[in-house]
Design a binder for this molecule. Sequence first.
Ligand code: NAG
Length: 251
Amino acid sequence: MQAFLHLLPLLASFAFSSVTPSRPLEPRQDSECGQFTTISSGSFTVGADEWGASSGTGSQCAEINGVNDGSLAWDTTWTWSDGPSNVKSFTNVVSSSTYCEALSSIGSIPTSWSWSYSGSAIRANVVYDTFLGSSCSGAQDYEVMVWLGTFGGVDPLSNNGYPPTPTASPTIGDYTFNLVIGTEGSSTVYSFVGVSNITGFSGNLIDFYDYLETNQGLPSDYYVQSIAAGTEVFTGSDAELSTSSYTISMS
Ligand SMILES: *[C@@H]1O[C@H](CO)[C@@H](O)[C@H](O)[C@H]1NC(C)=O
């Protein structure tokens, strides 16, 4: 409700600026701090999603720096302490250019992400987080994550202990990943963890689903319900994940 109310002044100011054609529109510079706030520009929405804030102490902000030719620049700054094994937040971006669709009818999900992380004693990842179900509104039976960055030795959910023993180490596109499998309630979590930090990623998310269909029995009639890209934060201080360019589409 709070997030919805917040949109109203944004929409109002956008509509107002569109009736002043004599002045060129400046790139949007929106920032927001708060547990479940969102900011939007173009097809992109950046959400704070501090779902685990009560397991620690800290604060976080997010900022959209601009959208250029379908590419988003954004950042998030944060400091969190306590609960070193608990995720405090997943500040992330979603795009309306991806939508719920059956795996069998998706041809391609090209995406690129250029990012950097700075800060002290950072325990966090940089990750695509996607959910799949038997229909668009069905239960999230599968979660597929692609970790581009791993800081401070944080691990994905694992069914075989910590540190996890990877089930496989596939090369997908231009990069090698460790595949770790975990179970959370009735859903299976597949985490592809980059063996090194991939700060200039360019790839196709359909390749990860294809791999799971071939090697792990992911049902091809399942639907990709959502795709988010952001950072799961455990602890650290004066941290900043800066994204200079993020693109994604689905066809
Ligand atoms: C990512 O970079 C950090 C900082 O240099 C480093 O500590 C960490 O081990 C790297 N992660 C991987 C997976 O190489």
